[in-house]
Design a protein around this ligand. Structure first.
Ligand SMILES: NC(=O)c1ccc[n+]([C@@H]2O[C@H](COP(=O)([O-])OP(=O)(O)OC[C@H]3O[C@@H](n4cnc5c(N)ncnc54)[C@H](OP(=O)(O)O)[C@@H]3O)[C@@H](O)[C@H]2O)c1
Length: 382
């Protein structure tokens, strides 16, 4: 029985993780469920999974949750409690599914404690990639990707000589605005940007998909997860989201992983690779699907895909600033303070003011993160 701590349990990935756990009660139990503010969802999950612990990282909502928890479930508030439970000896596996760099302290604590970590929270790897991977190497923690593209790469690498890999190509759906006239994008509303054509995801990542920032974050994530050079990494638009990634080998062979676009597949694979778990996902029917199509990524439409090439070749400070500025701009767009096109413009302007330096410690990460957030606020307030 694997005892799970789910960070971001109340979110889209957290709820899909709970779905996999409910299908396999003989294999997984909940040690801790961690949410931020969503009391309603947490009460529902706690009733279903009966965890030992529930944590709300925003302590102010704990009082309204207390009465709604089943008997025997312990409640704590604040990020420190999440960090402690992620590293606790009673936790075997941590599903890292908080959104944004807020997920870094608890995810890193799990890695430092040598846990098996299912990593959905790409922002923490983008922000502290080499600190994170160095900690995993030191503790022996197993970091298994949950992002569908990285789970695909992981599967295509199994049993193959890593030195023979020549390329890793992540697919991108192109989001809701792949074919829209760029001139009309200025008027896009948050509701339109969140409506992803293939995936049902949280608001932040859905908007990141519409700007293609998500693919840029994923390329940086892949660099760290699989120890790849920038020139080995690429992305291609594949609107059907059936092929999730491809790995090219030097003999000309290319391995691809296919599945219906449903996050329960990569989540289940991270929770138990073999033997494969039943997930309830509809089987892939290629004859019915008919066509799988591909296009090069148009950098004029998605300028962030040009920016990411510089970030991949640069030091850590650029990736930290990229992520932080995007988190601020993404939230400002959702709050109606800036337009859709201003998201990437804000990120560009912050990057233009960021020195390209190597970052060695977590304190330095937070310093660069705070600087970039401050600069993004300045750009947004004009
Ligand atoms: N959704 C997908 O299909 C998908 C695919 C690949 C990767 N990912 C990655 O997985 C992560 C989660 O994505 P999601 O779509 O599941 O997001 P989501 O639905 O928005 O859920 C986010 C989770 O993080 C919690 N949270 C929000 N702000 C927080 C804070 N300041 N401190 C601590 N916890 C906080 C939320 O708690 P409350 O709701 O309780 O406030 C919720 O549990 C992201 O890094 C995303 O890039 C997602």
């Amino acid at each position: 029985m694997k005892r799970m701590t789910v960070l971001g349990a109340t979110g889209s990935i957290g709820c899909s993780t709970a779905d996999v756990m409910r299908r396999h009660p003989d294999k997984f139990s909940a040690h801790a469920l961690v949410g931020h503010r969503n009391v309603e969802k947490m009460a529902e999950l706690a009733a279903q999974l009966k965890p030992q612990w529930v944590v709300m990282t925003d302590e102010s909502v704990c009082a309204s949750l207390r009465e709604r928890l089943p008997a025997g479930v312990k409640l704590a508030g604040g990020m420190d409690a999440a960090v402690e439970l992620a590293a606790a000896s009673e936790t075997d596996m941590v599903m890292a599914a908080m959104v944004g760099s807020a997920g870094l302290p608890a995810t890193l604590a799990a890695v430092q404690a040598g846990k098996c970590v299912g990593l959905a929270n790409k922002e923490c790897l983008v922000t502290a990639g080499h600190i994170f991977m160095r900690a995993a190497a030191a503790s022996g923690a197993e970091v298994v990707p949950v992002d569908s593209e990285h789970a695909a790469v992981h599967q295509c690498l199994q049993g193959h000589d890593r030195a023979s890999v020549t390329s890793v190509v992540l697919t991108a759906s192109g989001g809701p605005f792949r074919q829209r006239d760029p001139a009309s994008l200025r008027a896009v509303t948050p509701a339109e940007a969140v409506a992803h054509p293939n995936w049902d995801m949280g608001a932040k990542i859905s908007i990141d998909s519409a700007t293609m920032v998500n693919k840029a974050l994923e390329l940086i994530e892949a660099r760290w997860l699989f120890d790849l050079k920038p020139e080995q990494l690429d992305a291609v638009i594949h609107p059907e989201s059936i092929i999730h990634a491809m790995v090219g080998y030097r003999d000309g062979s290319v391995l691809a992983q296919l599945a219906m676009p449903d996050m329960r597949m990569p989540i289940a694979y991270a929770m138990q690779a073999e033997p494969r778990l039943e997930t309830g996902i509809a089987p892939l029917d290629l004859a019915r699907q008919g066509q799988l199509t591909f296009q090069a990524v148009d950098e004029a439409r998605f300028p962030v895909m040009g920016l990411v090439k510089t970030i991949l070749r640069g030091g850590d400070s650029l990736a930290i600033a990229f992520n932080a500025a995007n988190e601020v701009a993404n939230a400002a767009f959702r709050a109606g303070k800036i337009g859709f096109m201003d998201i990437v413009t804000t990120v560009e302007q912050v990057l233009a003011r960021t020195d390209d330096v190597v970052v060695e410690t977590l304190d330095e990460v937070w310093l660069h993160d705070a600087q970039a957030r401050g600069r993004a606020d300045e750009v947004i307030s004009g």
